[in-house]
Ligand binder design. Structure first.
Ligand code: FES
Length: 105
């Protein structure tokens, strides 16, 4: 599949998240500052619930259900009850203002 358009940069304000579906993959875009954006799988490893709607706290996303925390830059678990890391996908910005995510073929 390679690089796929996710959304326009202006649709994702700084310090906010946005759920998107890219190549049938539910993802959550997390914008930490002007140029630093991450794409994580939108699924908590605790109970398979969406992370969309959770709070972005610096580099951490807080699951809205039971409060697990993940590092959005690596997917690592930072707070239980999530048992394992979540996937993180490569992100790039295009010259014409798109956020693109690289999804596996
Ligand atoms: S579903 Fe995320 S912490 Fe329980």
């Amino acid at each position: 599949m390679g690089w796929q358009r996710a959304c326009r940069l202006e649709e994702l304000p700084v310090a906010m998240t946005r759920p998107v579906t890219v190549a049938d993959e539910p993802l959550l875009l997390c914008r930490l500052d002007e140029q630093e954006i991450y794409a994580i799988e939108d699924c908590c490893s605790h109970d398979d619930a969406p992370l969309a709607g959770g709070t972005l706290d610096g580099r951490q996303i807080v699951c809205p259900r039971h409060g697990a925390r993940f590092d959005v830059t690596s997917g690592a678990v930072l707070k239980m009850p999530a048992p394992v890391a979540i996937a993180v996908f490569p992100v790039r910005l295009t010259d014409d203002g798109w956020i693109e995510v690289e999804v596996a073929p």
